[in-house]
Design a binder for this molecule. Structure first.
Ligand code: KIV
Ligand code: NA
Length: 279
């Protein structure tokens, strides 16, 4: 497969071919996504929960994100990789945002960065893109602001809310973002926003009128314990957790009844050598 670059994504957008994106948090989750043909891989700060066991994304630090970006970058040969700037690493000033973006691309080895926020982040987006680092914007439901938003709530449901989503989308486009993630907004609003923009929209919980889609890999592959809450927009395409559980339980039971390791898993020795050893 040829390397996916920004021009590749722009060409796909032009011919209205949906762009596929998935999260990865380490070498194997990146490798499998790359091999399965994902055009884009996001090192989302959702790794705080799915890879580090934290309560929410606000806990993860830039250094930790960079470590995970490095391992994802090593696992991907062809996908276009994007690293999420974590809360606290870009909101203070455009200068802070640029310094963090430089660290994430120079040390983390990803092709672009993502940050949350609309019109208010335009100066930061402009600063970063002017320095030659590509920015994926993220508007609608922005999980880093979950406390200020009053939880994980659908955005852009009212007329005023939809107007804000559109204003934010245009603002990040004009600031130089190469694409924008639209999270948890009504499908009709996402379609209208997509049609108004020159840059692609990547939807999550935003319907099929977007230019592409992104999902968290552990969610879509079913790599989570039974009973975990999942947002309405997630579709479970696999049962990775169930498969791992079955494998580990089978291993345990075979160790307990000594059927594992079987002779074929064992290194033999010539009988005469063993006899000498035994004596
Ligand atoms: O952190 C993340 O995984 C994300 C995507 C869900 C867009 O930001
Ligand atoms: Na994120």
């Amino acid at each position: 497969r040829k390397k996916v670059t920004l021009p590749t994504l722009q060409a796909m957008h032009k011919r209205k071919e949906p762009i596929t994106m998935i999260t990865a948090h380490d070498f194997p989750s990146s490798h499998v996504a790359d091999q399965a043909g994902m055009e884009m891989i996001l090192v989302g700060d959702s790794l705080a929960m799915v890879a580090l066991g934290m309560e929410d994304t606000s806990e993860v630090m830039l250094d930790e994100m960079i470590l995970h970006c490095k391992s994802v970058a090593r696992g991907s040969k062809s996908s276009f990789t994007v690293g999420d700037l974590p809360m606290g690493s870009y909101e203070v000033s455009p200068e802070q945002a640029l310094l963090s973006a430089i660290r994430m691309t120079k040390e983390g080895r990803v092709h672009a960065i993502k940050l949350e926020g609309g019109a208010e982040m335009a100066p930061a987006i402009s600063k970063i893109t002017t320095a030659g680092i590509s920015v994926l914007a993220h508007i609608g439901l922005t999980p880093q602001r979950q406390n200020a938003l009053g939880g994980f709530r659908v955005q852009g449901k009212s007329t005023a809310g939809a107007m804000k989503v559109l204003r934010d989308a245009v603002a990040v486009q004009e600031a130089g973002a190469f694409a924008v993630v639209l999270e948890a907004i009504p499908a009709d609003v996402a379609t209208l926003v997509t049609n108004k923009l020159r840059i692609p929209t990547i939807g999550i919980g935003a319907g099929n009128g977007c230019s592409g889609q992104v999902l968290v890999q552990v969610d879509m592959s079913g790599n989570y314990p039974p009973g975990r809450f999942l947002p309405k927009f997630v579709k479970k395409y696999g049962d990775v957790w169930g498969e791992a559980t079955r494998a580990i339980e089978a291993y345990k039971s075979e160790v307990k009844d000594r059927s594992y390791p079987a002779p074929e898993h064992t290194y033999p020795m010539r009988e005469e050598d063993y006899e000498k050893f035994e004596r």
